[in-house]
Design a protein around this ligand. Sequence first.
Ligand SMILES: Nc1nc2c(ncn2[C@@H]2O[C@H](COP(=O)(O)OP(=O)(O)OP(=O)(O)O)[C@@H](O)[C@H]2O)c(=O)[nH]1
Ligand SMILES: [Mg+2]
Length: 344
Amino acid sequence: MNIKDYGFDFNKNYENIGTPARITAVHKGRFGIVSDFGEGYAQLKGKEYYHESEMFPTVGDFVLIDHNKDGDSRIIKTLERKTYFSLRDPDKGRGEQVVAANFDYVFIMQSLNHDFNPKRLERYLTAAAQSKAEPVIVLTKADLTDDYLPYIIEASNVAPGVTTCIVSAKTGYGMNELSPYIQKGKTLVLLGSSGVGKSSLINALAGEDIMDTNGIREDDSKGRHTTTHRELIMLQNGAMIIDTPGMRELGMWDVTEGLGNTFADIEELAQHCRFRNCRHENEPGCAVREAIENGTLDASRFESYKKIKTEAKYSCNAADYRRQKELFFKNIAISERKKRKDVY
Ligand SMILES: Nc1nc2c(ncn2[C@@H]2O[C@H](COP(=O)(O)OP(=O)(O)OP(=O)(O)O)[C@@H](O)[C@H]2O)c(=O)[nH]1
Ligand SMILES: [Mg+2]
């Protein structure tokens, strides 16, 4: 096994710090890893992570470890991320959760039944745009409908220029459309609600049942939250896929940058408003309102933009709040340690 096969391509020589590894799974307090020593488990080295505020690793991260052949290795350092995807962490209230890192493509998945929802698609796209990786819309369970066209039209309205693939893991329909993304050394992350068929897609690509899957509720097509932790899997051809649990709610996190890509048309229009701080409400010379009135901009699309922008603002403030809080407690810990040192 060679860590380069897992996409490790840092130029820097880390030999005197530790062994490079990639995080393949995140469990409670323990991480699945691969390195030149093979597969194993690792835990965080307390000093670096709890006192020197190293970035907590997530699935897909490249890290440096102190290899231990007899038990769990120690993770010393998280290396810089090329791409990452983060959400507001529902367990931590306002905390940020980095869902996955260092992927080349984001598969935004919805199924062609009750799950299809253009508004949700818009929200995922915004977060994907912020990740800096290439988004691909994957509409699953093609075998459940005879007419894909309305879905393709809706998806392309929300995401002009983003590739949409229609697939069925059950019949194999459209699976070859995904091959440009399933390439040796490349990593992709699957995002989508519970039950859309993320794990089933991996099984279909792998040609065997490596992931657990579960039936959805008949009445409303909701999934059963089968996948419970994030995991990176390498396929036979050397492509890597990160499976994620279905997310109940996609919170937005610091998405102001991503907004510009998904709503580029609105941001462009706003440049032509008479006032630079135009709120696009009742101001004279507002190019956005004018576009809505003459029908070139969809009013509901503008509503989504406003809503996401408000959430993003809230999230940015939340990030700031959390940083302040962490700093506060860190300072207390440092002064406590100093006091103890002084006493002894
Ligand atoms: N008809 C049909 N059913 C599918 C297809 N793909 C998956 N399913 C079914 O959808 C259900 C949910 O699939 P999973 O792969 O477990 O969904 P998931 O997105 O991984 O769900 P979570 O792990 O809960 O997030 C299972 O019963 C699958 O058999 C498909 O292409 N067609
Ligand atoms: Mg799953």
